[in-house]
Structure formats: structure tokens, C-alpha cells
Design a binder for this molecule. Structure first.
Ligand code: F6P
Length: 517
């Protein structure tokens, strides 16, 4: 499968020209004034998600060049290679196959690798969902504590909170991720050993934070007189042997070809399945699958993940915007920004291309945000009047799941007004009260926040990250950048015990001595 790095395509040079000639000075207000059909032209429907892209600094000519860029760089071939299970994560020698986790079962098997893996996916899914149902109907279990970090925490935690309106069992779900003992200690204070189920979630079953928390949770359980580990501990991991060696016999596996930050759809989703039930979890998978099919089959020009990924590249590489802010106007989506940070920044925070050559352009933006309207009273000042332009991505939900109708009207009024204010600005000669406007935003609209629409929204984000990473020519599926700190932490841990500072830099040595004093 041939990929051409974006800056080596003819379209890249044309985009640079377009940026210099008109893109740089592009004014959204003029664009709307000149084109009554702009909203329709720059809107895109996808499964469960409607996107208004019209308040972005693009026009038909730029769009055309961006689609040319996608074609010239081999985006479709790369996408198809992912769906076909080619080992596109070449630095780890792995397929990138999270889409298989939400692919419906096939009635006949043809013996192919794909067919064998898909059968395993459904066998595990059925077992995991049966277990979730048994926990749901077990009145002896009141609390579920998920111990995991990164992809083994952010996804399930974000989704459990997002779908709280669908949680019907009354079980309390807790998430412990940090190695900071304050977190586990605080959780253990609120639960009882005989009514708690601990889920040890770790793809590798070696992550130091998770293993440390798991050992302490097990020691606490035993100190409380707990003996039935099979009932009170389950492991969600690709490393079932390590989980067994740890003393856990109830295990749900997944596979190397599921990246940690793409694992919510696997056994790592068990907390969500316990919260919303088997049917709800299947709807969640179905929503994601609908978005997968859209990404796989829709023409580039009507393909929402492609349009978003191209916009990300246009802003990062031509406009030079270094960050993107996400503003979910729904309090249940409050962990979405944290989840998206790992998805975008661990995937695309890379400085070399697939061949290991240093890149001459920027990659992952800094992703950040808070739910609206809270962000408005914190950092929106900077978004409206600061020196940097930060493209915003609003997420709004038409239908509330509460009866306080006036609140929802006010919430929707705010999200519309913010997008409007960013774009139109306000002229004031005095300076301090002047709003420059022309600040771009994307508006994602869901009819309702349901398991299916959340699944689609998350799959949309996964695929848009794929698109920009693919165009940048990087491997979006490894994460070598997290390794050095892990290795050094082991060394420093030993030195904190011994006090040995030999060979350390002056700052680390000085801080270490202070911590030991
Ligand atoms: O440190 C980064 C990372 O490897 C993430 O990619 C991953 O989601 C997280 O750690 C947790 O890993 P594991 O599930 O293997 O414990």
C-alpha cells in the first residue's frame, strides 16, 4: 500500500499558494455575506451526528485541494488497509483492527484471518456481556471498582459518565487510575470487601500504576477477610497468563491488534456493559459500526471523518494553529476532553514519519477543553480576545434527559451564541471591548445522547485522528514516547530508597535529596 507524505503531493504546494493568496486573509463574515448557501454547502450528515463546518476558514476551492491531497497521499488505500487488517502499525508489527470489535457477526466463516478473529471477538463479547448481566442482577455486588490507566481508564470512565441516564442497576462505579495512593485509599474508604467487584483493566498487565493499585486492592480485600477472589476480581487483558499468575481466574481477553486508546469496544468496556447492560453495549457498538461504514464507504467529499481530518491539517500546517479546544455542551460529556486528549495526542504526537525521518511540519495539536457553559467563565476570554486563534469544536445535544426545559434552552442558546460571537466579533474603537471575530468553530450536533450516538461520536473522533495521522505520514498507532519516563521512574524509585545520586543531572539530584531529607 503506497502512501505519500502530505508535503510530497502536488496538492500541498497548491494549498500553500491558496493559503498565501486567499486563505490567510479569509474572513468568515464575508464568506457568509457572499454565499447564502454556505451553511448547506459546509454541513455534513453522518450516522447520529450532524456537523456544521461552515464557520471554518474554508471555501470550495480550498476544500477541493484538500480532497486532492487526500487522494494523492493514498488516504483511501490506507483506510482500506486498516479495515482489511493489514499490519499498518509497523513499528509494533500489528494490525489496527478496533473496527472489528464493532463489526456484527457473520453467519458463515471462510477460514480467513479476519473471519477467525471476528469469531473470537464475538465469543469474548458474548461471554463478557453475560458476565456483565450476571453482575447487574447480583444484589450482593453494590460497587464496581475499575483499576486501569490511560486507555484502560479514560474510555470506560468517559462512557459510563456520558451514559449515566441509561444506567439502571444502581451499582456504584468507581475508577482508580493514578498510582497516587490518595485515589485508591479514598475509594476503598467508600466500599466493602464483600460487596465489591474489582476489575483489573490492563492490556499488558504490566503497567506499574495498575499493578501497584491491583496489588494494594487485593491486599486490602484479604485484610478485610475476603477470600473469594474469583467472585470479587476479574481481569480485562490481552495477557491472561499474567492475570492468572496474579491470582485472578475470571478473565476476559482481547488482542494485540487493539490499541490501548482504542480498547473501549473490547473487554475494557466491561464497566460500561455493567452500567448500561448487554443491549445498551450492543447499541453502543452498533453506533460505532454505523460510523465505520460511513468512513469506509462515503465519498471523500461527504465523509465526515475525512472532512474533519483535512480541516485539522489545514489549520495545523497552513494556518499554524497549535491547539484545538473541545467544548461539549452536555455535562455528561465532561470526561470527553480527557478521553480525546489521549486519542489525539498519543496517536498523532509524533515528530518522525513512518520511515523514521524528521518531519518538516507540525503534527498533533494540543487538545483541551471543559464542558460548556463552565469554560465560558474560565478561558473563553482568551478564545474571544487572546492573541492566538484556537479552533473550537462544539458538541451539542438537541434533546435533554431531564425535565428542566428552561435550562436546556439556555444551554443551547449559549452554545449557539458562543459560536456566533467567535465568528462575528464586535467592533469597538476603544480596544479593550473589541472582539476581532473570524474565529473558527465546528459544531457537532447529536439529536440525543444515547449508547448508539455516543458510539458514533467516538468512532468519528477515532477516524478523524486516523485521517490527519495518515496524511502526515506518521504511525498513529504506537506510543514510544511514553516509554522513557517509565524506565527512568524505576531507576529514580530505587534512588529514592538508597539516596544514590551518582550520574544524575543537578536538578534531579537536588530534588531527590530534598525529598529524602
Ligand atoms: O503509557 C501509555 C499506555 O501504554 C497507553 O497507551 C495505554 O492506554 C496505557 O498505557 C495503559 O496500558 P495498559 O492497558 O497495558 O495497562
Amino acid at each position: 500500500m503506497a502512501r505519500t507524505r502530505c508535503d510530497r503531493t502536488p496538492a500541498w504546494a497548491q494549498l500553500q499558494l491558496a493559503y498565501d493568496n486567499s486563505g490567510k486573509a479569509f474572513d468568515l463574515r464575508q464568506a457568509f455575506a457572499q454565499d447564502a448557501g454556505r451553511f448547506e454547502a459546509f454541513s455534513q450528515s453522518a450516522p447520529y451526528v450532524f456537523a456544521d463546518l461552515s464557520k471554518n476558514r474554508i471555501d470550495a476551492a480550498t476544500d477541493k485541494l484538500l480532497f486532492d491531497l487526500a487522494r494523492q497521499s493514498g488516504l483511501q488505500e490506507h483506510r482500506d488497509a486498516m479495515f482489511a487488517g493489514e499490519k499498518i502499525n509497523h513499528t509494533e508489527g500489528r494490525e489496527v483492527w478496533h473496527v472489528l470489535l464493532r463489526t456484527p457477526p457473520e453467519s458463515s466463516q471462510d477460514g480467513s484471518h479476519r473471519s477467525v478473529e471476528l469469531a473470537k471477538v464475538h465469543e469474548t463479547l458474548n461471554a463478557m456481556l453475560a458476565f456483565a448481566e450476571s453482575v447487574r442482577s447480583d444484589s450482593g455486588i453494590t460497587d464496581v471498582v475499575n483499576i486501569g490507566i490511560g486507555g484502560s481508564d479514560l474510555g470506560p470512565q468517559m462512557a459510563v459518565i456520558a451514559l449515566d441516564a441509561f444506567a439502571t442497576t444502581g451499582k456504584r462505579l468507581h475508577f482508580v487510575s493514578n498510582v497516587d495512593g490518595h485515589e485508591l485509599a479514598a475509594t476503598l474508604k467508600t466500599v466493602k470487601a464483600d460487596s465489591t467487584l474489582f476489575l483489573i483493566a490492563s492490556k499488558t498487565f504490566t503497567t506499574i500504576e495498575t499493578m501497584t493499585n491491583a496489588r494494594s486492592a487485593k491486599a486490602w480485600f484479604e485484610a478485610q477477610g475476603g477470600t473469594d477472589t474469583a467472585r470479587h476480581f476479574a481481569a480485562l487483558t490481552t495477557n491472561v497468563a499474567a492475570a492468572n499468575a496474579f491470582g485472578i481466574t475470571t478473565t476476559f481477553g482481547f488482542w494485540d491488534w487493539v490499541g490501548g486508546r482504542y480498547s473501549l469496544w473490547s473487554a475494557i468496556g466491561l464497566p460500561l456493559a455493567i452500567a448500561i447492560g448487554a443491549q445498551g453495549f450492543r447499541e453502543f457498538l452498533a453506533g460505532a459500526h454505523a460510523m465505520d461504514e460511513h468512513f469506509r464507504t462515503a465519498p471523500l467529499e461527504q465523509n465526515l471523518p475525512v472532512r474533519l481530518g483535512l480541516l485539522d491539517l489545514w489549520y495545523r500546517n497552513f494556518h499554524g494553529f497549535t491547539s484545538r479546544s473541545i467544548a461539549p455542551y452536555h455535562s455528561a460529556l465532561r470526561r470527553l476532553p480527557a478521553y480525546l486528549q489521549q486519542l489525539e495526542m498519543e496517536s498523532n504526537g509524533k515528530r518522525v514519519d513512518a520511515e523514521g525521518a524528521a518531519l518538516p511540519f507540525g503534527t498533533s495539536p494540543v487538545l483541551w477543553g471543559e464542558p460548556g457553559t463552565n469554560g465560558q467563565h474560565a478561558y473563553f476570554q482568551m478564545l474571544h480576545q487572546g492573541t492566538d486563534v484556537v479552533p473550537l469544536e462544539f458538541v451539542a445535544v438537541k434533546k435533554p434527559r431531564h425535565a428542566l426545559a428552561s435550562h436546556h434552552t439556555l444551554l443551547l442558546a449559549n452554545v449557539l451564541a458562543q459560536a456566533q460571537a467567535l465568528m462575528v466579533g464586535k467592533v469597538d474603537a476603544g480596544g479593550h471591548k473589541h472582539f476581532p471575530g473570524n474565529r473558527p468553530s465546528t459544531f457537532l450536533l447529536l439529536d440525543d445522547l444515547t449508547p448508539a450516538s455516543l458510539g458514533a461520536l467516538i468512532a468519528l473522533q477515532e477516524h478523524r485522528v486516523f485521517v490527519s495521522g495518515s496524511l502526515w505520514g506518521i504511525n498513529s498507532f504506537d506510543q514510544w514516547g511514553v516509554e522513557l519516563g517509565k524506565v527512568l521512574a524505576k531507576d529514580v524509585e530505587a534512588r529514592l530508597g538508597s539516596g544514590d545520586t551518582t550520574g544524575l543531572d543537578g536538578s534531579t539530584a537536588g530534588l531527590l535529596a530534598r525529598l529524602r531529607a
